[in-house]
Every structure is written in structure tokens, then in C-alpha cells.
Design a protein around this ligand. Structure first.
Ligand code: ADP
Ligand code: ZN
Length: 304
């Protein structure tokens, strides 16, 4: 599709989160015609609401060309796999093995693309946000869980399944931080030590209630910057985007920048890090809309 036909074409985007789903209808250039959000309940009920939303929108606006889904994981993004389109083993009750793509395809008979929530957000940032013009970067979310996606040489990061940047090990000084970590698989991996619920469990209060001068934030910045040290060395990203609820804590971003640069200690000899760390580690340009906008770009890619 080209020119006028493409600019009139409509796409569906679904950001499937562990706590809420966001669905939108938009154009190829990212104009959103309508959007809705609702809590994530059972797979049947949640996908039923997704399908009703798009049915109603198609009655109002006309047909969609394709639907993109950026979902919480772990999931199987390999189109040739028997598990394609499904959620894999998750602590989220009722969702292990849930088929996300099947019911959407069956309802509409449209091309459907399926990727992780963080690859979706990365794609949205690449098209319209903080990663424009880059071909190798990371999008990391620090929220209920920790996950990372991004691009390597212009392609969304995939592999055996997809990266699990939240589950890398970190040095854990148990004398300073006796909290054992809350990852059901690894205990004190990055997510186990630094996700929002880990902060809450360690300090017995919700992360958003901890004041800016609380020692929680110095510790949090230490864990995140240790992870960024690993990721910057392993993947050579041109930029690192940090999203998710925990990053809403004012003061965390400058601490992370300072500590990451200190860990790297001049070794990665790029002005991006040595002189411009403020534009190397950044918040999402699209804010909390990166995911759903990215899902719309995912949808467009089915036609490429
Ligand atoms: P999800 O990961 O489910 O998509 P979020 O990215 O919004 O959701 O992350 C939710 C987590 O962020 C919760 O653990 C919450 O305690 C934490 N959080 C929300 N607001 C803040 C804040 N202002 N400061 C620190 N943590 C916050
Ligand atoms: Zn883990």
C-alpha cells in the first residue's frame, strides 16, 4: 500500500499488560482515532472485551488492515512455533498457555503481529519517540516486573524466544540489603531485587509512598545502574530508554546516569556516554503511550 491509500488505512493496536489492557485504532502516521483501557482479568473475559472494542470501532470507522499485539510475557513470538501467540509459564493466574493471537485472528480474519510489550514500546519509540534515527537501542521497563526489548542493527530483538533483561544476575550485598529478592525463579535477579513489588516488600510500603530522600532510591539506582553496565557492554546500545512506574520517582534518573557512567569508568569511549549521558539514558519520548503506539507500528509491519 502506498501514498493516499496508506494514510487512510486504519490499524488496531493492543498493549496487553499484566494489570491493564490498552486498545486503540490509529492511522499509519500515529493518529489515534479511539482508545480504551480496562483491567486484565481472565483471558476469556479480557480478549472478549478486546474483540468487542474493535468490532464497534470497525462499525464506526470502517475496516482495519491489521492488528498488532504487544503483550506481557513470557511469550512465544516465533510464527513457525506451535506455541506462537501464546503466553508461556507465568505466575499470573489463568494465563499460562493462554492463546492471545488465535481468538483475535478468528474474530477478524486479519493479519496479526505479536511481540513483547517492551519490543512494542521500543518500536513506538523508534518511530515517533526517543529512539528515532537509531538502529541499536534498549527499552527497559521498571514496573511490576522488569523487562527489556529494543533493536539490534535495525531489527527488533528476538532469539531463542525473546530477551529477558530483567532476569540477569546482579551483585547482591546481603549485609547492606538482606532482602532475599522476590523472583519466583531466581530470588535475587535484577527483577527480584529492583521491581516495584520488590521495593514494596523490602520497605513494607508502596514504592510511590517512599519519600525522595529515603535510602530505597540510592539502592534502587545502584541495582539499575549495575544492570545498565552489563547491558551497555553486552549490546552496545546507542541509547537506553527507561520506562515503567518506578521511573516516575523524581531523582532516580539523574542518580542512575551518574552511577552508570561511574561503573563504565571511561571504558566505552563514546561521547554519548563520556559527555552526553543525559541523552544516553532517557525517559520514553512517548511517555506511557509508547506501548499502544508501538502495537500500531507492529500492525503496519504485517503489510511490509
Ligand atoms: P506495569 O508494570 O504493571 O505495567 P507500571 O509500569 O505502572 O505497571 O509499574 C507499577 C509499579 O510502579 C508498582 O510497583 C508501583 O508501586 C510503582 N510505582 C508507581 N508510581 C511510582 C512512583 N511515583 N515512584 C515509584 N514507584 C512507583
Ligand atoms: Zn528472575
Amino acid at each position: 500500500m502506498k501514498g493516499a491509500a496508506l494514510s487512510a488505512a486504519l490499524f488496531g493496536g493492543i498493549e496487553g499488560g499484566g494489570t491493564k489492557f490498552v486498545c486503540a485504532v490509529g492511522t499509519a502516521d500515529g493518529q489515534i482515532l479511539s482508545e480504551t483501557r480496562f483491567p486484565t482479568t481472565s483471558p476469556g473475559e479480557t480478549l472478549g472485551r478486546v474483540i468487542s472494542f474493535f468490532e464497534e470501532q470497525m462499525r464506526r470507522h470502517g475496516p482495519l488492515q491489521a492488528i498488532g499485539i504487544a503483550s506481557f510475557g513470557p511469550l512465544d513470538p516465533r510464527p513457525d512455533s506451535v506455541n506462537f501467540g501464546r503466553i508461556l509459564s507465568t505466575p499470573k493466574v489463568g494465563w499460562t498457555g493462554a492463546d492471545i493471537v488465535g481468538p483475535i485472528r478468528a474474530a477478524f480474519g486479519l493479519p496479526v503481529s505479536f511481540d513483547t510489550d517492551v519490543n512494542g514500546a521500543a518500536l513506538g519509540e523508534w518511530r515517533w519517540g526517543a529512539a528515532q534515527g537509531l538502529d541499536t537501542f534498549i527499552y527497559l521497563t521498571i514496573g511490576t516486573g522488569i523487562g527489556g526489548g529494543g533493536m539490534l542493527a535495525g531489527k527488533l530483538l528476538h532469539g531463542l524466544l525473546h530477551p529477558e533483561m530483567g532476569h540477569i544476575p546482579l551483585p547482591h550485598d546481603r549485609a547492606r540489603d538482606p532482602f532475599a529478592g522476590n523472583c519466583p525463579f531466581h530470588g535475587d535477579c535484577f527483577e527480584g531485587l529492583a521491581c516495584g513489588p520488590a521495593i514494596e516488600k523490602r520497605w513494607n510500603t508502596k514504592a510511590e509512598n517512599l519519600p525522595p530522600d529515603h535510602p530505597a532510591w540510592e539502592l534502587e539506582a545502584d541495582y539499575i545502574s549495575l544492570a545498565l553496565w552489563s547491558l551497555a557492554c553486552a549490546l552496545a546500545p546507542q541509547r537506553i530508554i527507561l520506562g515503567g512506574g518506578v521511573m516516575q520517582q523524581p531523582g532516580l534518573m539523574p542518580l542512575i546516569r551518574q552511577k552508570t557512567r561511574a561503573h563504565l569508568n571511561g571504558y566505552l569511549q563514546s561521547p554519548a556516554i563520556l559527555e552526553n549521558i543525559e541523552t544516553y539514558i532517557v525517559p520514553p519520548g512517548l511517555g506511557s503511550r509508547a506501548g499502544v503506539l508501538g502495537a500500531i507500528v507492529l500492525a503496519q509491519q504485517t503489510l511490509a
